[in-house]
Write a protein that binds this ligand. Structure first.
Ligand SMILES: Nc1ncnc2c1ncn2[C@@H]1O[C@H](COP(=O)(O)OP(=O)(O)OP(=O)(O)O)[C@@H](O)[C@H]1O
Length: 242
């Protein structure tokens, strides 16, 4: 597959007078894990929602898998929202069954493997899971679909470092690059960088850089932190604290 999975052509998105994305163009190839990083309010969630077809651009075009992104239960896109997206009174098993019933591409076997890997107890009510447990379950649900594009909005926000680390391990263990592309928004670039193939840096609704992690490492050494400081400014390491 050589085509681009995601294409933004001169996309702007305004919320009333607020310009969230400003004339953004880029393409993403299939089979990659792509990080979208940037300070609060830089437009990361907006970029993801436009890709999922949950928002329409004010101007420009968003193309996913050769077609305009549309608001529907898309077979092309599995989207994990930043806010709680799970039914609080379901047990973990019921949440899996529910997803299995609404998404024809849901892989129940993969979901069960991911539950075990994430040590999620099946009889527990979603309501009673820890914050990290809720995020793990949301990731299990989003990543168990055989959709070619998985969008994860801020899965690491507000979690302590050990939990962030285990969530990233789960991502790396279960993403299948021959079938799936993952786009993940995050402040936590230092921890997630080993999982990333590409990064998009956003600032004030504009892309300030899009590059392969391999190229960045070639220029900046082992860590993306120095690169981030250069493209997003010296205070960008404070992104880690949200
Ligand atoms: N529904 C909305 N109505 C009005 N303004 C909005 C809305 N959603 C986002 N915005 C504004 O658009 C800009 C981009 O927001 P967005 O949520 O995309 O950024 P973000 O990088 O994901 O931020 P964060 O890291 O805080 O989640 C911000 O200035 C935000 O206040």
């Amino acid at each position: 597959m050589n085509h681009n999975l995601v294409q933004f052509d001169h996309v702007s998105k305004n919320y009333m007078k607020e310009i969230a994305l400003d004339d953004v163009s880029f393409q993403l190839p299939p089979g990659k894990v792509i990080g979208v990083i940037g300070p609060n309010g830089s437009g990361k969630s907006t970029l993801l929602k436009l890709t999922a077809g949950l928002l329409r651009p004010t101007q420009g075009k968003v193309i996913v898998n050769g077609k305009p992104a549309k608001r529907r239960i898309s077979s092309e896109v599995s989207y994990m929202p930043e806010q709680d997206g799970c039914y609080p009174f379901y047990t973990v098993t019921e949440a899996i069954k529910y997803y299995n019933s609404i998404y024809t591409d849901f892989d129940e076997g993969k979901a069960k493997e991911m539950l075990d890997f994430n040590e999620l107890s099946r009889n527990q009510e979603v309501n009673n899971l820890s914050k990290g447990g809720k995020v793990r379950l949301k990731m299990v649900l989003a990543m168990s679909r055989r959709a070619p594009l998985i969008l994860l909005d801020e899965p690491l926000a507000g979690l302590d470092p050990m939990i962030r680390d285990s969530i990233i391990k789960g991502l790396v263990a279960f993403v299948d690059p021959s079938e799936q592309t993952v786009v993940i928004t995050t402040h936590e670039v230092s921890e997630i960088e080993p999982a990333l193939d590409m990064v998009i840096a956003l600032k004030n609704g504009k892309i300030v850089k899009l590059d392969d992690v391999e190229n960045i490492r070639g220029m900046y050494g082992d860590s993306l932190i120095e690169w981030m400081k250069e493209v997003l400014g010296p205070n960008s390491s404070s992104l880690k604290t949200e």
